[in-house]
Design a protein around this ligand. Structure first.
Ligand code: NAP
Ligand code: HSE
Length: 432
């Protein structure tokens, strides 16, 4: 219970969809627990969404309704503006700025907003003496922002990586377990409601890239630089790749990796091979996993639900409770003015690569491929040829450590060999 004279923390929630209604339900269901844990009542004053007549599976009758989220954000009777609408521009950005200027703290689940405007918003928040909290924006219910900004704050972070888009992991693992092609599983994901309104945000790696850019900023003390994230989606992955990779002891994941190297900040969100026996390799379905490596702590693995009403609202409410308790941290873990301009690494750290080629059945074909790779400075570690389909046969190659540039040079040289059918697939093998 809170003290009788304790000031309530008053929330204005904009967005009453999956996450917004989840947050409303937690406030309603756990009012006593929230008050006991913070020493003050946590209450909702006003809400906003587009359609007031929609049935939302929660009793909203006790809250004022605002059609305009900016009006909600600037109401005198709210302390915290909870932005759960989405979108990196438009109402989410306008209302967040209005809230900060009106002296409100902000809690948001909006990774797109922070990936595109994080620095500007962090500077504004600090100039107004306000905080922006966004645990739900990265990996849903997993407390990864809190881990980086608080529990691991004493470490120099070496690398942050993970599977941060549940929809892509669902598609890849379902292709593998059901033996279904990409297009079929993509359609299944759409029917299940897993895909964003613009599916390319998921399968194009953009949503996960937003999350990686936010983590990189906190981990390496740099300004958020989403434009520097190397992005590749999962649309190029075939069931054959998944099967062949499995034969060689790997799983394919849409993997985000951020690391500070001697050549600058490397941020990649690309399909990669990881050892099947590793925690990342064993991650099934829509679950997320974030791996953090610090100089003192070593490796930490965080795993859990990256999306959905309960897990995401759980993260939103964790932020609200921190504000209720008076915890105040700079947005990206250090004052915005001290965040460095990141120098993007021009090339990724060397790694082994997986190559899949469809080879014409001609004498000397393998030798020509080996020569093209050798000429590009790519050395072969393992090679496997599978049974013929008509006049061609799939050939898999695992290279020794090399650069993406060298792989691209080799691939560009392959058509001239006259023995390759179709487009080769090249995927990085991430060393864990
Ligand atoms: P959603 O179900 O589509 O709900 C969006 C809500 O925002 C709806 O209630 C909508 O109103 C309202 N809204 C949209 N534009 C508005 C406007 N101009 N004015 C007022 N209200 C407006 O979205 P969601 O899944 O809850 O996601 C919300 C945020 O959480 C996004 O930033 C998303 O990226 C993030 N997030 C979501 C998940 C997840 O699992 N869903 C996980 C992590 C992060 P109507 O209902 O009237 O249309
Ligand atoms: N589309 C996202 C995912 C939702 O599939 O993980 C959570 O950000």
């Amino acid at each position: 219970m809170s003290a009788p004279d304790a000031q309530p923390l008053r929330l204005g929630i904009a967005g009453l969809g999956t996450v917004g209604i989840g947050a409303v339900k937690i406030v309603q269901r756990h009012a006593d627990v929230l008050a006991a844990r913070t020493g003050r009542p946590v209450m909702i004053t006003a809400v906003s969404a587009r359609d007031r007549t929609k049935n939302r599976d929660a009793d909203l009758s006790g809250y004022a309704w605002e059609t305009d989220p900016v009006a909600l954000a600037t109401r005198e009777d709210i302390d915290v503006f909870v932005e759960l609408m989405g979108g990196h521009d438009g109402p989410a950005k306008d209302a967040t700025i209005a809230a900060l200027k009106a002296g409100k703290d902000v809690v948001t689940a909006n990774k797109a907003l922070l990936a595109h405007h994080g620095q500007e918003l962090a500077e504004l928040a600090e100039s107004m003496g306000r905080v922006i909290r966004f645990e739900a924006a990265v990996a849903g219910g997993i407390p990864v922002i809190k881990s980086l900004t608080e529990g691991l704050a004493g470490n120099a972070i070496r690398r942050v990586m993970g599977v941060m888009n549940g929809t892509c992991n669902y598609i890849l693992t379902r292709m593998e377990t059901a033996g279904l092609p990409y297009d079929t599983v993509f359609e299944e994901a759409r029917q299940l409601g897993y895909l964003e309104a613009d599916p390319n945000l998921d399968v194009g790696g953009i949503d996960a890239g937003h999350k990686l850019a936010i983590l990189a900023s906190i981990a390496f003390g740099t300004k958020v630089s989403f434009d520097d994230v190397v992005l590749e989606g999962i649309g190029c992955i075939s069931i054959d790749d998944i099967r062949r990779a499995a034969d060689m002891g790997f799983k394919i994941k849409l993997l985000g990796v951020a690391q500070m190297t001697g050549r600058g900040l490397e941020q990649r969100m690309t399909p990669c091979l990881v050892p099947a026996s590793s925690p990342l390799g064993q991650l099934q379905g829509g679950t997320n996993m974030v791996v953090i490596e610090g100089d003192s702590v070593g490796q930490i693995v965080l795993r859990g639900a990256g999306a959905g009403e309960g897990p995401t609202a759980s993260a939103v409410m964790g932020d609200v409770l921190d504000i209720a308790r008076g915890t105040r941290l700079p947005t990206f873990g250090q004052p915005a003015a001290t965040l460095a301009d990141p120098v993007p690494a021009a090339v990724s750290a060397p790694a082994p690569y997986y190559l899949r080629l469809q080879l014409l059945d001609k004498p000397g074909a393998l030798a020509k491929i080996a020569t093209a790779l050798g000429d590009a400075g790519v050395s072969i570690s393992r090679m496997r040829q599978y049974g013929h389909a008509d006049t061609t046969a799939p050939v898999l190659i695992v290279t020794h450590k090399t650069t993406r540039d060298a792989i691209d040079v080799a691939i560009a040289a392959l058509p001239a060999t006259g023995v390759v059918d179709g487009s080769p697939v090249a995927l990085r093998i991430e060393e864990l």
